[in-house]
Ligand binder design. Structure first.
Ligand code: FE2
Length: 241
């Protein structure tokens, strides 16, 4: 079975719009592990709606979920992280230790409003890199301003890493987003994939169909990079080759 390291999830209970209960967190963890997901970075929101500024709470919830995983024999472990709605203020909070990087590394997962202008993302990536962080653009397919030719590559050149959601790869035949996602993957512009799981109904840990597409269309070496190897570099706090 293909092993997967998931860098984007809302699996921790009662902390954002993700898992509503500890019971569902365990259910999500079990379903994820049944599909080969072996490690998950929990990335609860920091945004206007969810002001999660207590890293101790996030770390504690990860420890609790890992204890349950051991008890239930689920072969998957959870690491603390955060999905940060970018602003200069958020970067200051990060510097003060009020927000979490990815699994204690210099990598940070940042998101924007879907309508964000390209120039704003560009500036944000520069700001993160200048302050010593390795920014990962969460669900890059959500930002239409990055679809213009050469823009994704330009952001990568400025130090950005691009994360795509598994389910965005498998839209319908006339789905612009899916088409762009597949093109980006074939051009090897994507560094990480994530489930962005929120629950067991609408945004689940299911990766069956996206995995099939990946196996059929991408080179084995590159697949291994985006499913595991690159994300393992986050846990090791090393640069991606
Ligand atoms: Fe998310």
């Amino acid at each position: 079975m293909t092993e997967i390291l998931d860098v984007h999830s809302h699996i921790l209970p009662g902390i954002d719009d993700g898992a509503p209960s500890g019971k569902m967190s365990v259910e999500m963890l079990r379903t994820a592990s049944e599909q080969g997901i072996r490690r998950i970075i929990a990335t609860p929101h920091y945004s206007a709606f969810f002001q999660n500024t207590d890293p101790g709470r996030i770390r504690g919830l990860c420890r609790g979920l890992n204890r349950k995983a051991v008890k239930e024999g689920i072969p998957c472990r959870v690491y603390p992280g955060q999905e940060i709605m970018y602003s200069e203020n958020a970067l200051e909070r990060l510097n003060r230790g009020e927000l979490l990087t990815m699994a204690g590394s210099r990598y940070i997962l940042i998101e924007f409003e879907p309508s964000v202008p390209y120039s704003f993302i560009y500036m944000a990536i520069r700001n993160c890199a200048t302050q010593g962080y390795s920014p990962i653009l969460a669900h890059v397919e959500r930002y239409r301003s990055v679809y213009a030719p050469g823009k994704a590559q330009e952001l990568i050149g400025q130090g950005a890493h691009l994360q795509m959601n598994f389910r965005s790869i498998v839209g319908r035949w006339n789905d612009d987003t899916a088409r762009w996602c597949r093109k980006m993957l074939k051009q090897k512009n994507i560094h990480f994939l994530g489930t962005d799981m929120h629950n067991m109904t609408t945004r689940t840990p299911d990766v069956t169909r996206p995995l099939k597409w990946i196996e059929r269309h991408l080179e084995a070496d590159y697949s291994e990079q985006i499913l595991w190897k690159n994300a393992a570099m986050i846990l090791a706090d090393k640069k991606i080759q």
